[in-house]
Every structure is written in C-alpha cells, then in structure tokens.
Design a protein around this ligand. Structure first.
Ligand code: PMP
Ligand code: GLN
Length: 386
C-alpha cells in the first residue's frame, strides 16, 4: 500500500496511479523506448479511419442511443455468430460501452452486493482490483504458475465460499499472454455451474492469438446465460484511443449492466461506433493478418530478450511477453523497471503490481511487442548491453 491519498475514499486507498501511466511518463521523461504500456505505435487499417471521418462528416456527432447504434450492435452480434457460433439478439443482448474498461466497471458495480466475492486469476489486469473495490466486493485470487501459467483446480475450488458471486476471467490473458485451453475452460465452466457463479469474461485480445485458439467461456455447457462477455475494438484494430467496447449477455444480465453503464458515461464515441461497425465486417483475412503480423514481432522480441539473458515465457496470445529477470542476476522487478531507463533507455512494466502474492510476481517483468520492428530492434540492441 502506498501513502494515504487525501480525500480519496478508503475503498480506493492504495490504488494510486496506474503502473501504465507511471511507466509511460518515465519513458517520456527519459526518452526511452516504451515497451511498457500496451498501445501500438502505428494506426490500424486506413479504411477504418476513413469510416470514422465519413461518420463525422455525415453528422453522426450527437449522443448515440444508450445501448449503442443499431449498426454496431448488429455487427457485434454477427461477429459473435460468425467466429464462435454464439447467437445474441442485437436489441436485447448487446450493449456498446466506453471500451472494455467501462464494461468491466459496469458489470462489477451491477452484479455485486457489498461483501460479495469476486474470484479472478493472478496476475490480473489492474482495473479488476479497483473495480472490485469500488463495488464494495472482496477479491479472491488464484495464482497462475509459469512457465505455462497453469492453475490448480483445487486451488480455485478452495477459494470459493458461499459469498462467491462472480468469476472474472481474462483470456487471452494480460500480462502473461496465456490462452486458456479447452480443458481449463471446461473446468472453470463446471465450477461456475456448480457454485452458481456469474462469469464475466474479458476477451479484448480475442483476435491476437498465435498458438491455439480463443474459446469464449460462453460457448461451454451451462455458460451461455450466466456469462457476461466483454470485448473491445482497441486491440483488434489498433485504435486503442477510440474506446469502443461491448458486452454480450442474456437479457437479465445485460439489463443489469446497462442500468449502471447509463450513469457512468451514458454513451461515447458516436462516429467511432460507425467506424467499428465497418471494421467488424471486414474480411476475415484482414483480421487474421493483424494477428499474423504481430506473431512475427512476438518472435523478434522474445528472441532478443532471450539473447539478452532474460528467461522468456513465450506468449500464445496478446501483445505482451513476461520474462523472469533472475537469469540476469536480479530479483526485484519493480526496482529493475524503475532503473531500466537510466541503465539502457528501455521501459517495461513490473508484473508484481498485478499480484496479491507479491513473492509470486517479484522477479517478473512484462514487455509489449505492439511496436514497429525497428523500434523493437532498437530496444533489443539497448537491452543487450545489460
Ligand atoms: N482488459 C485488458 C486485459 C486489457 O489489457 C485492456 C487494455 N488496456 C483492457 C481491458 C481495456 O480495454 P479498453 O481499452 O477497451 O477499455
Ligand atoms: N491495457 C494496456 C496495458 O496493459 C494499458 C491500458 C491502460 O493504460 N490502462 O498495457
């Protein structure tokens, strides 16, 4: 826990500034290569940008409908059917949100009573802990173990109490790059059904999978109507600043999430909603190509990090790779990341901030490879001097 922040509610003391903001500021201040915060350094396809410009010119600049424009809701429903065989009614089972971030916040605020327990895997994306706290709920974590980031099903069962309400799953997983397997998802689905848990799934990296395949939890037996499926366009199409996300869920769950969402942002990004409707209807080959291109950069960075002496856990998806720095004779990832800009002009993120069990994450450091190949090469050259 950091120092007490004046005025800030006790529920959120200790959350401070996100590690991504801290590390991006450090990169700017020191002129380092920023492999910390995950945002691409090139724009997504021009056809999508042109669709946004056309929507602005066509006058789509006022509040869109609270649940999102029909064109986008239909495109999202079509996307779920086309890629996963999941049928959602675009009018009652699809909600457009301000990125996945708002969808996660609205889901936790909508679905948790004070004191309910939210089960998730660690390392976990930082907003999960903050939103669980905002909801007045308690976080229960199950640790993923490198090198393959497996979990022990007995450990998952062991954290469940009668107050467990919700299981929050992120696959493909940030920061590890793990893609949960069919057998792991089967176990998770069985446990959700046995314990009558609602699942909230964060699938923002669904199209950034290099090995294996992305399987939405909602496709598993018993899960269709107890899962709140969340995704967003930022990662898939390399427009992270547009903040167009969505929720698919059965009508009662969707209605609960929508009730909260309308008082968070109400709506956002009218012209970008049109552009993402266009994006989701692009040919499969274009969407697949975005991932294939990234796979080459994964290999480039993983090989460079291994050559520089890091222990590399090669990711199956996302645009992050986790490394262990003990092979460099270091063991404190936070100190390492704070010193790295001065030592060699590179910024990374210490995974310890994604753990409750700080020992488990202490020596782990995350790098992103969603940067141009020449930028990755420069970072690799700098890291080789360590
Ligand atoms: N979940 C995970 C796991 C993420 O990595 C991110 C990206 N920052 C988000 C949610 C947030 O997505 P968005 O930018 O669409 O709000
Ligand atoms: N999801 C991005 C990451 O993990 C950062 C998003 C943010 O800054 N909140 O790096």
């Amino acid at each position: 826990m950091s120092d007490r922040v004046p005025y800030l509610t006790s529920r959120l003391q200790g959350f401070g500034t996100t590690i991504f903001a801290e590390m991006s500021a450090l990169a700017q201040r020191t002129g380092s290569v920023n492999l910390g915060q995950g945002f691409p350094d090139t724009d997504g396809p021009g056809v999508i940008a042109e669709a946004a410009i056309a929507a602005i010119r066509a006058g789509h600049n006022q509040y869109p409908p609270g649940i999102g424009i029909p064109e986008l809701r239909h495109a999202i429903a079509d996307h779920q059917r086309h890629w996963y065989g999941l049928d959602f009614d675009p009018d009652t089972e699809v909600l457009v949100t301000a990125g996945a971030t708002e969808a996660i916040a609205a889901s936790l605020l909508a679905l948790c009573e004070e004191g309910d327990e939210v089960v998730t895997f660690e390392p976990y994306y930082d907003s999960y802990a903050a939103c669980t706290a905002m909801a007045g709920a308690q976080r229960k974590v199950v640790t993923l173990h490198p090198p393959d980031y497996h979990f022990d099903p007995a450990a998952l069962r062991a954290v469940l109490t009668p107050r467990a309400r919700l299981l929050l799953l992120n696959s493909p997983h940030n920061p590890t790059g793990k893609v949960f397997s069919r057998s792991e998802l089967t176990t998770i689905a069985e446990i959700c059904c046995e314990h009558d848990l609602v699942a909230v799934t964060d699938e923002v990296y669904e199209h950034l999978v290099f090995d294996g395949e992305h399987l939405p939890l909602a496709t598993f037996p018993g899960m269709r109507d107890r899962t709140v499926t969340i995704s967003s366009a930022g990662k898939t199409f390399s427009f992270t600043g547009w903040k167009i996300g969505w929720v698919c869920a059965s009508p009662p769950l969707l209605n609960a999430v929508r009730t909260v969402k309308q008082f968070l942002t109400y709506v956002n990004g009218a012209p970008f909603q049109y552009a993402i409707a266009t994006a989701l209807a692009l040919p499969d080959a274009m969407i697949v190509a975005l991932g294939t291109d990234l796979a080459r950069r994964r290999d480039q960075l993983c090989d460079g990090l291994a050559a520089a002496g890091f222990t590399v856990f090669r990711p199956a998806g996302t645009y992050f790779v986790t490394t262990d720095i003990r092979s460099l004779g270091e063991d404190d990832g936070m100190a390492f990341c704070r010193a790295l800009p001065d030592r060699c002009g590179v910024v990374a993120v210490p995974n310890v901030v994604f753990y409750d069990d700080e020992e488990a994450g202490r020596s782990l450091v995350r790098f992103t490879f969603c940067k141009r190949p020449e930028v990755l090469d420069e970072a690799i050259r700098r890291l080789a001097s360590l």
